[in-house]
Design a protein around this ligand. Structure first.
Ligand code: ZN
Length: 277
């Protein structure tokens, strides 16, 4: 998964430091991130590519830090630079850049949404002691938003419930049922509700599988497995789901587990052998 970078280490604690030329430079405009185009992919620009611009420290992986551009500069940039959607970060060739870039984007996105106080409207300032935006007028303090999401692999003997949302950009594959946790419910309750809403079935034996950060939607994803309870007839939520279907284990293609817990849950099911009779 994207956060599994051992023996490397993500340093996400708040601190202040000055950039070095080989630290990363993060610039966000209109919810897109500036990347440098290479022959076959993208890479994150370095401070040395944009020297002398004001910026502040976000995070580091090992000794390599990520700095967010503080300039309001919107002049065209010469060279092979491009503003791209944040999902491109998942595909970067360097797995440390995948994590560092996406976590940096998450923080940058949160800062961009909190320029002004939601309570009194005054301009917010970055705290000097913790990762927070603070209103100097009414002292309202806002911390980074992390929205919990659940995802579930529903097993039905040797079949897996797979689905695809209407707005999913990848139409070539199927995925799992997932959704944001609503106010007032537990992770397990969210799992039951999402499966009932999107596929119209009851489930049982909901078991925690693992979790991962998902900075692309400001989220933390909790993964679960579950079993069908009762009737397997699917009733699809047509406003959200394009397709939901039971897929035989042997018909599931291999999924790349280097980025998402969704793929890990699918591979976990696909690789399970039937218990010997
Ligand atoms: Zn305020």
């Amino acid at each position: 998964m994207i956060h599994e970078i051992a023996p490397h280490k993500l340093h996400n604690a708040f601190r202040t430091q000055d950039p070095t030329p080989y630290d990363y430079f993060i610039r966000i405009r209109d919810n897109k991130i500036l990347l440098k185009k290479t022959a076959s992919n993208y890479t994150i620009p370095r401070i040395k590519d944009f020297p002398d611009l004001p910026c502040h420290y976000l995070i580091a992986i090992d000794g390599c830090a990520y700095f967010l551009d503080d300039s309001e500069d919107n002049a065209p940039i010469s060279g092979n630079y491009e503003f791209v959607p944040n999902r491109i970060l998942r595909t970067l060739g360097d797995r440390l850049e995948r994590l560092g870039g996406s976590v940096a984007f998450h923080i940058a996105h949160w800062e961009s949404l909190n320029k002004f106080c939601g309570h009194c409207g005054h301009a917010m300032e970055r705290s000097k002691t913790e990762r927070a935006m603070v209103c100097p007028h009414c002292h309202n303090t806002v911390y980074p938003r992390i929205s919990p999401v659940v995802i579930v692999a529903v097993h039905n003997a040797d079949k897996l419930l797979m689905a695809r949302n209407l707005d999913h950009p990848d139409k070539s594959r199927l995925f799992l049922i997932s959704g944001f946790v609503e106010i007032g419910e537990s992770l397990e309750q969210a799992v039951h509700r999402e499966v009932m809403e999107e596929a119209g079935i009851n489930i049982k034996n909901v078991k925690y599988f693992g979790s991962q950060p998902w900075p692309f939607s400001d989220s933390l994803i909790a993964g679960f497995t579950a079993e069908l309870d009762g009737d397997e007839t699917l009733k699809i939520q047509e406003s959200e789901i394009e397709i939901a279907t039971w897929v035989q284990r042997e018909d599931i293609p291999e999924y790349d587990t280097s980025v998402s817990i969704s793929s890990c849950l699918i591979e976990d099911f696909r690789n399970k052998r039937k218990d010997p009779a």
